[in-house]
Design a protein around this ligand. Structure first.
Ligand SMILES: Nc1ncnc2c1ncn2[C@@H]1O[C@H](COP(=O)(O)OP(=O)(O)O)[C@@H](O)[C@H]1O
Ligand SMILES: [Mg+2]
Length: 452
């Protein structure tokens, strides 16, 4: 019987010598791979080992075959057999170019911004669908200069080749529409240029919409300050007059105080409308929860504004649809919409004229679908067509003087637009100069069942 300790000893010796042989083989392989002709050198080596060393011819031949398999992958990938290519790829820590190409293209397709990859000649190698939305005429293989003639983009691309970080440039495009596009140019990989792989990545961001919003916000602040400054200046003027020259003039004091009160009211209305607009704007994405009968709100608003209409010698009539006409809505907001429209009809309509509030069902769109309609029509002087598309803009007035004289803020229709938007309705304005204007809103009607 063999001593188990001896057996363990010889086993570990065998493993150690096997590991040494493997390490020597790997080192030899690595050394051979650096040679221009690794196969020839390894053949000579194993021949010498067989002739001069005490290696048997069979072992030398087997050693040569193993070595040949190890070093074969060093040459161009086309000459490699698949398993060795993989072996070498892992050894060198780089993915195979054709699979590389596949994966970077897939990555580019998934980038959320519009993006394009350029080769070292600044030709477009690949681009994603978002870029095609931005530049519908983009084609693979075309030079970047054909995508945009903007010289700043070319400069940025040249700079990015030698720069350590990203280069960002703003493009102001005029065709087909005016827009600002921010482009970030990044160099891919390190210093070396790899065949078949892109050199630069360009990502594009259309900032036109963002600029427009920023501009709108700035305009709103400017307009609001301007609207407030006028009554405020007037108030201060009267205060100074009352403190100075008109101190003891009882008549002037009564007159001035009445003007001051109307200016203060104007400021209050303006602030109320601004708050109201801001409230509806913040809720525009929240679907309304209540149920409103358009017949009912039409009667309610007509009644509420009756005294105001009578003051302008105007009449208000209500035409109702057959049976209740229900929509998913916030009642207060629908009342506010109708009040703004009827109030406008009173302010800008004809003295002694007529206003009609009508609720009905109509067929709308193509293919036509039944919808609920509420309309406010007047027989006043009407609105010239050039104003119609801009009426719902904040502070836009067809006639600023007339609006201010009548206590208007220029925000009423902007509030209407946002409420209608929240209710997924459609606001339509039609007007014939000399005949009158009609403001119509279409909603989806709730089908018969109020709990839907
Ligand atoms: N029924 C109408 N008839 C004629 N012009 C109107 C009518 N309704 C609105 N407008 C015009 O639209 C402008 C914007 O209306 P709105 O936003 O409600 O502001 P405001 O009523 O405070 O002036 C008004 O200044 C007026 O020029
Ligand atoms: Mg108004």
């Amino acid at each position: 019987m063999t001593d188990p300790r001896k057996r363990a000893n010889s086993g570990s010796r065998l493993r150690a010598s096997y590991e040494r042989a493997l390490a020597a083989l790997l080192a030899l392989g690595a050394w051979l791979r650096r040679h221009a002709r690794p196969l020839a050198v390894s053949a000579v080596l194993f021949f010498l080992l067989a002739v001069m060393g005490d290696l048997s011819a069979w072992l030398a031949a087997a050693g040569f075959v193993v070595m040949a398999m190890m070093v074969a992958g060093r040459d161009d990938d086309e000459e490699d057999t698949a398993p060795f290519k993989e072996f070498n790829r892992v050894r060198r820590g780089s993915p195979p170019p054709e699979r590389d190409a596949e994966s970077w293209r897939l990555l580019l397709d998934a980038v959320p911004d519009a993006a394009a990859a350029l080769d070292h000649n600044f030709n477009i190698m690949h681009f994603n669908a978002r870029l095609e939305e931005l530049f519908p005429r983009v084609r693979s293989g075309q030079p970047l200069s054909q995508l945009s003639r903007n010289p700043e983009l070319n400069d940025a691309v040249e700079k990015a080749v030698t720069s350590n970080g990203d280069v960002v440039v703003d493009l102001y495009e005029r065709v087909p529409v005016e827009r600002r596009i921010s482009v970030t140019v990044s160099r891919l990989g390190g210093r070396e240029v790899r065949r078949g792989l892109p050199l630069l990545l360009l990502s594009f961001r259309d900032l036109t919409e963002q600029d427009k919003l920023a501009q709108m916000r700035a305009d709103f602040i400017a307009n609001a300050s301007h609207e407030l400054r006028t009554p405020l200046a007037s108030l201060r003027g009267f205060v100074e007059t009352l403190q100075g020259p008109a101190r003891d003039d009882a008549d002037a004091r009564a007159r001035f105080l009445s003007i001051m009160s109307s200016q203060a009211n104007r400021m209050t209305r303006l602030i109320d409308d601004m708050l109201s607009l801001s409230r509806v704007e913040t809720r525009v994405h929240l679907p309304p929860k209540g149920i409103v009968d358009l017949n009912e709100v039409a009667s309610y608003v007509a009644q509420a504004l009756e005294p105001l209409a009578t003051g302008s010698k105007m009449t208000v009539t209500v035409t109702k649809a057959d049976g209740p006409i229900r929509i998913r809505a916030d009642r207060d907001e629908i009342v506010q919409v109708l009040q703004n429209l009827v109030h406008n009809a009173i302010k800008y309509g004809r003295e002694g004229g007529h206003i009609e509030i009508a609720a009905s069902r109509v067929l709308d769109g193509s293919p036509p679908v039944p919808r609920a309609l509420i309309a406010v029509a007047d027989d006043g002087p009407g609105i010239a067509p050039e104003h119609l598309p801009r009426l719902t803009e904040r502070f836009y007035r067809a006639n600023a003087q007339a609006s201010r004289e009548k206590g208007g803020t220029g925000l009423g229709l902007a509030i209407v637009k946002h409420i209608v938007l929240r209710h997924r309705g459609d606001l339509r304005i039609s007007s014939v100069v000399g005949k009158g204007s009609t403001f119509s809103i279409l909603f989806d009607e709730l089908g018969g069942n109020p709990s839907r």
